[in-house]
Design a protein around this ligand. Structure first.
Ligand SMILES: [Mg+2]
Length: 266
């Protein structure tokens, strides 16, 4: 229901640590999203999680009753936006990266069956979270990059919250490969330009004001600045103290509180 005479707003909402924490939805998060949608806000879910295919995020949100569950953009999608159809790509990451790149028309492979002698011509190494990361994987990525492949990272996050714990993120794996190959990666997820450009192409109304709701200043807060959006910091899970110069317009305990605040502000 659009409020009469009031412009709708685009909400760009992070997932990990805001909507859910690993296998559990955070209390009240779906209620908060529903409240925003009832008041005419357009909801987008923009996540740096590249390992899970976007389709599975959509299905999970839909099953929980979250509004506009089809509006999911992942950092794997942003990585796919900077490669070319027909590229051969070494993936250091999960099925979400393979799916996004294959949808783009790329040929993807993992490192398991590669050897220095069998390494094909590779256009790019795309790095996300690989829970089975090994010395061999870093070595194959290093060799591919030495042979001319671009190094692309889906996200810079060095850690992420999951089931009440903090785990190493894709940014930590990317840092290892960048160091081994002495190369500077192109990072495509929040807060970088490729994700912002991709989201701008997908949104329906470019005139709507934007609010970003996230749990990290370094990615969500900086992404808000990239989009020209206000930033609401949710402290339900990660509390990062870096980049304190990133503007935070409000700090709240949960997504439900963020929704209540926005609706009450009108
Ligand atoms: Mg998060």
């Amino acid at each position: 229901m659009q409020r009469c005479g009031m412009p709708a707003m685009s909400i760009v909402c992070d997932l990990d640590g805001v909507v859910w924490d690993g296998s559990q939805f955070i209390d009240g998060s779906v209620d908060g999203l529903a409240l925003l949608h009832q008041h005419g806000y357009e909801i987008w879910y923009v996540t740096n999680n590249s390992s899970t295919p976007a389709r599975r995020h959509c299905d999970r949100l839909h099953a929980a009753g979250a509004p506009q569950s089809e509006h999911v953009v992942t950092s794997a999608d942003s990585a796919a936006s900077v490669v070319h159809q027909g590229d051969t790509i070494l993936v250091v990451g999960g099925p979400g990266i393979h799916a996004a790149l294959q949808d783009r028309g790329c040929r993807t492979m993992g490192s398991t069956d590669l050897t220095p002698r069998s390494l094909p011509a590779i256009d790019a190494v795309v790095v996300g979270i690989d829970p089975d990361i090994s010395y061999h994987t870093i070595w194959m990525a290093q060799l591919a990059i030495a042979n001319g492949a671009r190094l692309i990272g889906t996200n810079p996050d060095t850690s992420f919250p999951s089931d009440g714990m903090i785990k190493p993120g894709g940014g930590a794996i990317l840092a290892a490969i960048a160091a081994a190959s002495d190369s500077e990666p192109t990072i495509t997820g929040k807060p970088y330009g490729p994700m912002a450009d991709l989201w701008r192409r997908l949104r329906s109304d470019t005139e709507q004001p934007i609010v970003m709701i996230g749990d990290r200043r370094s990615t969500d807060g900086a992404f808000a600045a990239e989009l020209g959006a206000e930033f609401i910091l949710v402290t339900s899970r990660i509390s990062d103290s870096d980049l304190t110069d990133v503007p935070v317009h409000h700090t709240v305990a949960s997504l439900r509180d963020a929704a209540t605040l926005l609706v009450s502000e009108g």
